[in-house]
Design a protein around this ligand. Structure first.
Ligand code: G6P
Length: 606
């Protein structure tokens, strides 16, 4: 996690760093800081959000044509000023920012302390700056190469040296770093939205590479210090996507962007009534005969994967194992020849998902990834990648990232079912024309906004919620529960509704809210009867049901009916009301919706 930024050029360095950090704040917001090189290096740091740093910097003269900045998600040491980046060398001649974890820092720290270096923070990062000082020989790249040889773990690191007022250096391993190319100015950042205002041209630094950044030149080195050439990439996204555009929060904006994201996926991936995945012909032979598919992901991407499992098993009748990435990598998974692994990740940088991918590949299993961020590590390391085309997602709680993942999983399931002969051409055609309707269904669901807002205001004071459903509605409940707890801080748990009575019903009383998700008509009577059980124990019952579901009158306190033309695809549409409900509950409770406490969007640590 953590976001880093660097700038060299003739513009006001401090403003560029602050703007960049603001756009990287989703990566962590425990503290932030900048180092600007004028006559010497000046560092300003503040605990808390970038706003605090901005206020603090406003009072200071910070002149210089190059600087680096950092927004932190604390791992080693509390969010204090001393633990904030940038970190200074003892003589204040060098400053660094770092994203990642240095696993051998204790050993390096001990070595450096014996050499007389004084540590002022509890961070793993501080060893890097003292090592840099220790190895410094006047050549910034040569020194950096020596430093990274000693480091174990992950890093995207930028170094400023007081002696060199026309350059800074960076290196990367297992944490993202891009180099933005401007005219008479250059940038580095953890990702493109941080610098989109200034340039869309960039280099993607690979693991083991280093770069020397001057204002008019970028020189890239491999791990043997050999200069290498790289392709300039173009970040093909509308800058508007990284702005709120009149919405109060990014989350609300991103919820409302979902129809257009689905539309993009439809036009990219459905052509002539067929699923048109680029490179699908290459994987066709592999997946045609595979016996097992492994889906591996974290957080909401894992919940999307559960719907993917449901769709693949139901349509294609192929066995799907699904695992949380942090479990998969340590459980000695059974991976067989001809198995296929699907890794799902919005950011494409989640550390556990990336390690799971590598484990699958080591075992000879082909990896297909479903990723949002172009050129991210997971996308690059996969054998095949399908992009979700959701555009930059800024709010920490994912919405459009999730629904586009589910959409692509459905398409994958349909194509797989067809090529394996599990569904006929007519059935396939019917599904394809129905899935194209999902955009409309989402638009219709979004029209429930005001109604959902009123209901959210009615229930927002409750402190405990159970969210229950069966089948696909259970998977929707898992994602709904995560949405609610992560942004509103209401304790919420998802249950398969038939399971509630096996223990947890003991917690139900008049202060409990039980939310039923009922989109699968064939299971509705069962879920309704489970809701009656909680109603009888005094719980408030709120239901989000597909239009046409009957028999709710005696059991619900409130119900919202979600329009849908096609029940099977409710795995995509069914989440919209709960995204809105969670948003309005959090808003009413005064929570920091786009940046919930303790979270970060891109989880690049184990
Ligand atoms: C974090 C985010 C979640 C996300 C999860 C997996 O916890 O807050 O929204 O679902 O990471 O991230 P990924 O980028 O791999 O989808």
């Amino acid at each position: 996690m953590c976001g880093i930024i660097g700038y060299i050029g003739n513009k006001a360095t401090k403003n560029i760093l602050l703007e960049g950090l603001k756009n990287l704040e989703y990566r962590g917001y425990d503290s932030s800081g900048v180092a600007i090189l004028g006559d010497n290096i000046q560092i300003v740091k503040e605990v808390g959000k970038i706003e605090n740093l901005k206020n603090s910097i406003a009072k200071q003269e910070l002149q210089g044509n190059l600087g680096i900045g950092h927004t932190r998600w604390a791992t080693h040491g509390m969010p204090t000023e001393n633990n904030s980046h940038p970190h200074f060398s003892n003589d204040k001649k060098f400053a660094i920012v770092h994203n990642g974890i240095i696993e051998n820092y204790l050993e390096l720290k001990e070595k450096l302390q014996k050499l007389g270096y004084k540590f002022i923070s509890d961070t793993d990062t501080e060893v890097i700056v003292h090592l840099y000082h220790y190895y410094y020989n006047g050549d910034m790249i040569d020194t950096l190469a020596k430093v990274i040889k000693d480091l174990e773990g992950s890093y995207a690191v930028c170094v400023l040296s007081e002696e060199h007022k026309d350059k800074f250096v960076v290196a990367k391993k297992d944490s993202p770093l891009i180099i933005g190319l401007g005219e008479d100015e250059n940038f580095v950042a953890s990702d493109m939205p941080a610098i989109l205002k200034y340039t869309k041209n960039y280099y993607l630094l690979e693991d083991g590479e280093m770069a020397l950044i001057n204002k008019d030149k970028v020189t890239i080195y491999d791990d043997n210090k050999k200069i290498i050439s790289k392709e300039v990439l173009y970040f093909d996204f509308d800058t508007d996507l990284a702005e709120k555009n009149g919405y109060e929060h990014f989350m609300l904006k991103e919820i409302f962007e979902q129809p257009s994201c689905i539309k993009k996926c439809v036009s990219k991936y459905i052509a002539d009534n067929d699923v048109n995945f680029e490179s699908f012909s290459k994987i066709e032979e592999i997946i045609k005969n595979t016996k097992n598919i492994h889906i591996v992901a974290c957080g909401s991407a894992y919940h999307a994967g559960m719907i993917g499992k449901y769709a693949i098993e139901n349509l294609a009748r192929v066995r799907v194992n699904i695992d949380i990435a942090s479990e998969f990598r340590y459980k000695n998974p059974i991976l067989e020849k001809d198995d296929v692994c699907i890794i799902i990740s919005q950011s494409g940088e989640t550390a556990d998902s990336l390690s799971a991918l590598r484990l699958a590949k080591e075992n000879g299993v082909k990896v297909i990834s479903i990723v949002n961020v172009f050129g991210s590590s997971i996308a690059r390391e996969s054998d095949f990648v399908f992009y979700t085309l959701a555009g930059p997602e800024i709010a920490v709680a994912t919405t459009k990232g999730y629904s586009t993942q589910v959409f692509l999983l459905y398409l994958f399931a349909l194509k797989l079912a067809f090529i394996r002969g599990a569904i006929s051409k007519d059935q396939f055609n019917a599904y394809i024309s129905n899935i194209k309707q999902v955009e409309n269904d989402i638009n219709e669901s979004l029209k429930l906004n005001d109604k959902i807002k009123d209901i959210a205001n009615k229930y927002c004071h409750l402190e405990n919620a159970f969210i229950v459903g069966r089948g696909i509605d259970y998977y929707l409940s898992l994602e709904s529960s995560l949405k609610l707890k992560e942004i509103s801080y209401i304790h919420s748990e998802a249950y398969a509704s038939g399971e509630l009575k096996h223990g947890s019903i003991a917690l139900i009383d008049k202060d409990s809210l039980v939310i039923g998700i009922i989109t699968d008509e064939s299971l509705s009577a069962k879920t309704i009867s489970n809701l009656k059980e909680v109603k009888a124990r005094g719980a408030k019952v709120l239901v989000f049901a597909k239009e046409g579901i009957e028999g709710l009158e005696d059991v619900v306190d409130d119900a919202i009916f979600v329009p849908s033309k096609e029940e099977f695809f409710m795995g995509i549409t069914g989440i919209i009301p709960m995204q809105l409900f969670s948003y309005y509950v959090a808003k009413e409770r005064g929570c920091d919706i786009d940046m919930p406490k303790n979270l970060a969007k891109s989880v690049t640590v184990e």
